[in-house]
Design a protein. Structure first.
Length: 467
């Protein structure tokens, strides 16, 4: 049975299914913007705008550093009551204030002037400034959206149900955005990129309107936020970080999320190498394994929801982590598109256990921090985690560089890779992510202690403290 099944929730303020669906649309807004950025923007500025790749690389490094730094700072600075908190809420104002500027900045990225010897620095600084503004608004949006999961959905039944909805609704509704990009965009036609960005973001504006009820905070929630800060003086950011890493559940979950984030980035970034150099196919064939993975997740999320109810979210995550480790292994030998598509489907099935348990586990960790320190600081914790997650992009680049140098990867777009270079691709796409998943399973299984009676006691203590 679920660890939380014996608690009486009759006096709790419970969220409706309608609210959960509305709340999940925030992840569609965030995923639509972030997915477009990571998928196409580097190519757009290098090939379509004509910004020299060295300058573009430096611009991305500046963006990455800003990305790392601004998350914890914004999380800490905005994770407290303001004059408007009692009237509008703690998370709601930041999310609503950042959503539209985030969407506008996304369109502005595509409106850069053409790069030429006379204005190349103008284009460079245009990219840096707009991308950093985009990240600032995206960070405000994502920090308070992720922190809001803990405070909007407080009981385990709510969190389990909301996690299922959040994993299904944005994925299903996000597919049309995915197809819009690839149907409209034409190589060599900048107007097609701009048109696709405008259409996608007009859709996201309407999604945002539907999202507002899901993130709006009740009077009871506002009182809980304010009460915690009235009863206890707020710690400094560095002190909050120190307290977080003294909490065993935070440390364990932090390592698991870091390992899985790095494994996911390695796997995703390796796709283009795998399709080009191993399958020897045009890139658009990658839609088949990608779609298969999506279908695998979607079809089996209801199954994982049942598992979650039966054995609890901690055990579900452990099972999911182990299966993900198994799912990466076939990359070491697959050579055909059929194999890639089939194993991508299995990988989607296996990963559902991890994804559906991710929100409830993170929420429990936040609850324990709130109880220990008697104040809500979910945004600060999200900022701390995000700061370190950004290091995964640096680790990914380092791993790729080392492996490609050792294996002699041929950077000629028309070049043929040696067997050793092929193995290098298999290592950074399959072997390392598999080992990271197994390591995550061991860390979670051996050291995560927020389960059983300790996890059961969280809700009672929150109720007792009025938080």
């Amino acid at each position: 049975m679920s660890e939380d099944s014996e608690i009486d929730y009759s006096k709790w303020e419970l969220a409706s299914t309608k609210k959960m669906v509305s709340f999940s649309l925030g992840h569609l807004i965030l995923g639509g913007s972030a997915g477009f950025f990571s998928t196409i923007i580097f190519y757009y500025y290098e090939v379509e705008v004509g910004l020299p790749v060295i300058l573009l690389g430096i611009g991305f490094m500046i963006f990455a550093v800003w990305n790392m730094v601004n998350d914890p700072i914004l999380g800490y600075l905005t994770d407290k009551p303001f004059r408007w908190t009692k009237k509008y809420g703690m998370r709601f104002p930041w999310i609503t204030a950042s959503a539209i500027p985030m969407i506008i900045c996304w369109v502005l990225l595509f409106l850069s002037p053409e790069a030429s010897p006379s204005n190349v620095w103008i284009v460079f600084w245009y990219f840096v400034i707009i991308s950093c503004l985009l990240d600032t608004f995206s960070s405000l949006f994502s920090l308070h959206l992720n922190a809001g999961y803990t405070t909007h959905f407080r009981t385990e039944p709510e969190r389990n149900k909301a996690s299922l909805i959040i994993n299904i609704v944005p994925r299903v509704l996000g597919m049309p955005l995915f197809f819009i990009i690839f149907i409209i965009v034409e190589y060599g036609n900048r107007a097609s990129y701009i048109l696709s960005a405008v259409i996608c973001n007009i859709i996201l504006v309407f999604v945002f309107i539907l999202f507002i009820p899901g993130i709006r905070e009740t009077e009871e929630m506002k009182e809980r936020f304010i009460r915690g800060f009235e009863n206890k003086e707020r710690e400094s950011f560095l002190k909050s970080m120190k307290l977080a890493f003294h909490q065993k559940s935070f440390k364990v979950s932090f390592y698991v999320f870091i390992f899985m984030t790095l494994g996911g980035i390695l796997y995703t970034t390796s796709h283009i190498y795998f399709i080009k150099d191993i399958l020897k196919l045009p890139l658009y064939y990658g839609i088949f394994p990608t779609l298969a993975g999506f279908i695998g997740i979607l079809l089996f999320l209801p199954f994982w929801a049942i598992v979650l109810q039966k054995i609890g979210h901690v055990k579900t995550m452990e099972v999911g982590l182990f299966l993900i480790g198994v799912g990466f292994i076939p990359i070491l030998w697959m050579t055909t598109l059929f194999e890639a598509t089939f194993y991508a489907f299995l990988g989607g099935v296996f990963s559902g256990g991890f994804f559906i348990a991710l929100g409830p586990v993170a929420a429990d960790v936040n609850d324990e921090f709130t109880i220990t320190n008697e104040v809500h600081q979910e945004g600060t914790l999200a900022g701390i985690s995000t700061f370190f997650f950004r290091l995964c992009f640096i680790f990914q680049a380092f791993i790729f560089a080392i492996i490609h140098i050792i294996t002699g990867y041929n950077t000629d777009p028309k070049g043929v890779q040696t067997p050793l270079a092929i193995w290098g691709i298999r290592v950074h796409m399959g072997l390392i992510p598999s080992l990271l998943a197994f390591l995550s399973f061991l860390v979670m299984y051996l050291w995560y202690d927020l389960k059983g009676e300790k996890q059961l006691a969280l809700k009672g203590k929150l109720k007792e403290l009025g938080l």
